[in-house]
Design a binder for this molecule. Structure first.
Ligand code: PLP
Length: 429
């Protein structure tokens, strides 16, 4: 049949984001009666902290449109938050509030005239967004630790081709998918290259509050004049569905902020008013929110450490996660055995893992890896975060705790380990 319409070339071939598609597939299998472990979508398992929920209730009557750049009290709270937590200086006028940092990242790419440099590997949405915005995408090959970071020398080499071209580099630390975070030295070296080539950086710090050590380093400390800092409530406040993101701009890049606000005013108008009022409480100093975050970090640190150690014990190469919910193991060590089972790429690996263990993972290729690298992204979020937090207040968080209170995630990791052993045994000649 002849199609009645043609799609714009920028959306032709665009499909639902792999993380959301994974959730659909997991739901289908669960409905068919299978036990499925949801390690696909990176959704926080923890509840929104009580004072923030109370603030949302109290703000239910806020019904008017707000300014497209955001509620002034929230902009001020975000400025204070970045000063307190990251030692960064912004003015209230430097901040934009949007319906999720994802939307703000897109508006930024729409407003910025130049190439978008995307590291390999990196979060699934950067490249589709750049394409939608009509930008040329320059992939930065993986380098540095585990071959999964941006190597400053490689960045320098790329920038030397076509000197003077305007470029926007996306950096994400701690990273989805790798869990790795840049050290102070690594950030200084990256900053020096970006400064030398006048590269604008958007530093996606959405996992900044979820570091294992409780401290987060922003690239904006080393490169304040060229770094835009993106954050939001989705991960550390457990409020992905609330849709609230923030971006803070240095004065040198204020034209970008103005353009984004103009686009916002012509598209979604403004971010939900009750959510913005509640977010003020999340960003202001609050003892209860800080205690909640300390517990969340303790739980995630124990979970990442135990899971990483188990998977390494099964022969996988697992970068030691510095924060977030993710592990990014490589199954390359099992390559000969997997090949004998007909598994040659990460998509086949995801499929076999799902059918044999019920664990729904994402292929590394969704994040820009070569399919033959055999890396999978595991989002360790399949557990009842509210129950785990209540128990953590009265019990020591050890291996037994993880088994008792983070049971589905514990079972899933244990099942992956058992499957790796089976693969070795089954495929040995
Ligand atoms: N950046 C990264 C690296 C993410 O993993 C996500 C969500 O998964 C986002 C941005 C989007 O967050 P938001 O909910 O603020 O749009």
């Amino acid at each position: 049949m002849t199609p009645l319409i043609d799609l714009d070339p920028r959306v032709d071939g665009l499909v639902v984001s792999p993380t959301l598609a994974a959730r659909v597939r997991a739901n289908e299998l669960a409905q068919a009666g299978r036990r499925v472990y949801r390690f696909g979508l990176g959704q926080s398992p923890f509840p929104v902290p009580a004072p923030v929920v109370a603030a949302l209730r109290a703000a239910a009557g806020e019904k008017d449109y707000l300014p497209p750049g955001g509620l002034p009290a929230l902009q001020a709270a975000v400025v204070d938050y970045h000063r307190r937590r990251h030692g960064l200086t912004f003015a209230a006028d430097d901040v934009v509030i949007g319906p999720g940092s994802k939307e703000l990242l897109f508006l930024l790419q729409l407003a910025f005239a130049g190439d978008v440099m995307v590291p390999t590997p990196s979060w699934v949405s950067y490249v589709p967004q750049a394409r939608l915005a009509g930008r040329v995408v320059v992939r930065v090959p993986g380098g540095g630790r585990h071959g999964l970071m941006v190597d400053p020398d490689e960045l320098d080499r790329l920038c030397r081709t076509g000197p003077g071209r305007p470029r926007l580099l996306v950096i994400n630390s701690p990273s989805n998918p790798t869990g790795l975070a840049y050290t102070g030295d690594e950030l200084e070296r990256l900053a020096a290259v970006c400064r030398a080539h006048a590269v604008v950086v958007v530093s996606d710090e959405i996992y900044g509050e979820l570091t294992v050590v409780g401290e987060h380093r922003s690239l904006a400390r080393a490169y304040p004049e060229g770094t835009i800092v993106a954050s939001g409530l989705s991960k550390w406040c457990g409020a992905g569905g609330w849709r609230l993101g923030t971006m803070a701009f240095p004065p040198t890049l204020i034209a970008l902020r103005r353009a984004m606000i103009a686009i916002a005013s012509e598209t979604y108008s403004s971010t939900s008013a009750p959510i913005q009022h509640a977010a003020v409480v999340a960003f202001r100093p609050n003892g209860e929110v800080e205690a909640y975050l300390a517990e969340v970090r303790r739980l995630l640190a124990a979970l990442l450490l135990w899971s990483g150690t188990e998977l390494m014990g099964a022969g996988l190469d697992v970068p030691e996660a510095a924060g977030g919910f993710y592990l990014f193991p490589s199954f390359a060590e099992l390559r000969p055995q997997l090949a004998r089972l007909g598994i040659h790429d990460d998509v086949a690996l995801v499929d076999r893992l799902l059918t044999r263990t019920g664990v729904m993972a994402l292929p590394g290729s969704a994040f820009g890896m070569a399919p033959g690298d055999l890396r999978l992204r595991l989002a360790l979020v399949d557990f009842d975060g509210a129950r785990a937090l209540t128990a953590a207040a009265r019990e020591v968080i050890g291996r037994g705790f993880l088994e008792r209170y983070l049971t589905p995630t514990w079972e899933a990791v244990t099942a992956i380990v058992a499957w790796c052993q089976e693969v070795r045994a089954e495929a040995s000649p």
